[in-house]
Design a protein around this ligand. Structure first.
Ligand code: PGA
Length: 239
């Protein structure tokens, strides 16, 4: 695991550089994207200077809410469209977000996994981390071998994400999410965290121990993880 502690303002540019080099020089053809506050500056920096060949890249998003439609501004469909698909000029047909409106979650999640496999697997997965240590919407207690599935949001997550909605009551209770096992199959992982609220989770994700109580700690099992942190998110590290 490589850990870089940067000025908050430098994280977007550094993350974009890693992705740009991956696409232009290292043959990245399948990019896994995360939504949320932390990766936003990376997408903005990428859009300011789109990588050569980005139009050939397939994109898979990590998760989606259940219970709000894909046109809802807080849906991850809308976030991916707004922050990634449109600014990078991608063909919407090459960008796959789980369908939170499906009436058959099992079939939708199985189809999603099959599409990742057919694309050759994820080359580089961008990840945020929850204050409770979640990755995608794999909340504390999630099985480290879990696959894409319907899941319940932790109350911590609902409270954390209430800032994006009018009130806590508006925050969905369920989601579709890639599993921890699915995420760990990506060839490379780029984890991004900013702010003191992430310091505890970041410490265990980097220093261990591995535990179901902190889903990001399973990243210790992955051979190629880069972590970009600001000083606050790094503030609880002891090594
Ligand atoms: P963020 O959180 O919105 O602070 O980046 C990411 C996450 O909860 O996964």
């Amino acid at each position: 695991m490589r850990v870089e502690v940067l000025d908050a303002a430098a994280i977007g540019g550094r993350g974009a550089t890693i992705i740009r080099e991956g696409i232009e020089s290292s043959g990245i053809r399948v990019l896994g994207v995360a939504t949320g506050g932390s990766p936003g500056p990376i997408y903005a920096a990428l859009a300011a200077s789109p990588p050569r060949g980005v139009g050939r890249v397939r994109v898979f998003a990590l998760d989606e809410y259940v219970g709000i439609g894909s046109s809802h501004p807080r849906s991850y469909h809308a976030a991916v469209r707004r922050e990634i698909t449109e600014p990078l000029g991608l063909d919407p047909a090459s960008v796959r977000v789980l369908d939170g409106e499906t009436t058959d979650a099992g079939a939708e999640c199985a189809a999603f996994e099959a599409e990742i496999a057919a694309a050759g697997g994820v080359d580089l997965q961008i990840l945020g981390i929850g204050s409770n240590g979640h990755i995608a919407f794999n909340e504390p207690g999630a099985d480290p071998s879990s696959r894409t599935r319907r899941a319940r949001l932790d109350e911590t997550t609902r409270r954390d994400n209430a800032r994006f909605f009018h009130s806590l009551d508006d925050v969905p209770t369920h989601c579709l999410t890639q599993g921890i096992g699915t995420i760990l199959e990506a060839r490379r992982i780029l984890l991004v965290a900013r702010g003191a609220a992430k310091a505890h989770a970041i410490r265990q994700a980097i220093e261990g121990p591995r535990s179901r109580a902190l889903p990001a700690s399973w990243l210790l099992d992955h051979p190629d993880v880069t972590v970009l942190l600001d000083a606050e998110a790094a503030s609880a590290l002891t090594r």
